[in-house]
Design a protein around this ligand. Structure first.
Ligand code: DGL
Length: 273
């Protein structure tokens, strides 16, 4: 196990979406270093098989271990759903996903015990949010809805476009009919659609962002394990970004959502791991 409190946290995702999770870690744990990996060559994960996602996740974890990370955050909901249980068996550093923290907060938030979950086909098909929610409270009704068009719309930058609003209306109709009072944005990209979702659902529905909850869980975990970094030098840029393809495109997206100037992303051959 890495005893080095100053070592970075490894964060990985299928691509750019996990930056919404990295962003929350940056905001809430400002004295931590981060090594981020986006699997841009093999995105999307949401429509791939469990076996593929487990294999991809193992390779990425191997890469992150070579970067001497002290802990790993699986920022991707689909990878958290399919691979987390499997990969944590052979790891000697802590690893957390985004699903459990999101589920926990949704249970706390609901008043009428009706929770909606939106995510990729993989995440919704795995039923993992419902499983975690029912572990805490079996009486809660969970309504899942896969929203596969949201990911390309966000990557196109159409965060408030009328087309996005119309797509969202169709996806959310069923959840509204089911009277959910809490909605888990169970995919890395969806927090970027928060204002469209808020507009359509109104103030009465609580929107849960698992990214924020994951950052809080990570903070607590690092503290409990004495792995929290006491601080970094002010002049240091503590974040490194790696991808498996299209580094420049990644850098441009990163600069559009992070409050930092990301000057470089490095491309690596993830199949070598
Ligand atoms: N990162 C994925 C997730 O959170 C969304 C994009 C994809 O399908 O790879 O499930």
């Amino acid at each position: 196990m890495s005893e080095n409190r100053e070592a970075p946290i490894g964060v990985f995702d299928s691509g750019v979406g996990g930056l919404t999770v990295a962003r929350e870690i940056m905001r809430n744990l400002p004295s931590e270093r981060i090594v981020y990996f986006g699997d841009t060559a093999r995105v999307p994960y949401g429509s791939k098989s469990r076996e593929s996602i487990i294999r991809f996740s193992r390779q990425i974890i191997h890469f992150l271990q070579e970067e001497h990370v002290k802990a790993i955050v699986v920022a991707c909901n689909t990878a958290s759903a399919y691979a987390l249980d499997e990969v944590q068996k052979d790891l000697d550093i802590p690893i957390i996903g985004v699903v459990k923290p999101g589920a926990k907060v949704a249970v706390k938030a609901t008043r009428n015990k009706r929770i909606g979950v939106i995510g990729t086909k993989g995440t919704i098909g795995s039923n993992i949010y419902a499983d975690y929610i029912h572990e805490i409270d079996p009486e809660i009704t969970v309504v899942g809805k896969a929203c596969p068009l949201f990911v390309p719309l966000v990557e196109e930058g159409w965060l408030k476009d009328p087309v996005t609003v119309e797509v969202a209306e169709r996806y959310l109709q069923e959840l509204q009919e089911q009277d959910v009072d809490t909605l888990v944005m169970g995919c890395t990209h969806y927090p970027l659609l928060r204002s469209v979702l808020r507009e359509l659902l109104g103030e009465k529905v609580t929107l849960v962002n698992p990214a924020y909850e994951t950052a809080q869980s990570l903070k607590q975990l690092l503290k409990e394990m004495n792995l929290d970094n006491p601080g970094i030098k002010e002049e240091e840029f503590p974040y490194r970004f790696y991808v498996s393809d299209l580094a420049d495109q990644f850098t441009a997206f990163a600069n559009s959502i992070l409050p930092y100037d990301v000057s470089m992303t490095k491309k690596i051959d993830i199949e070598k791991y």
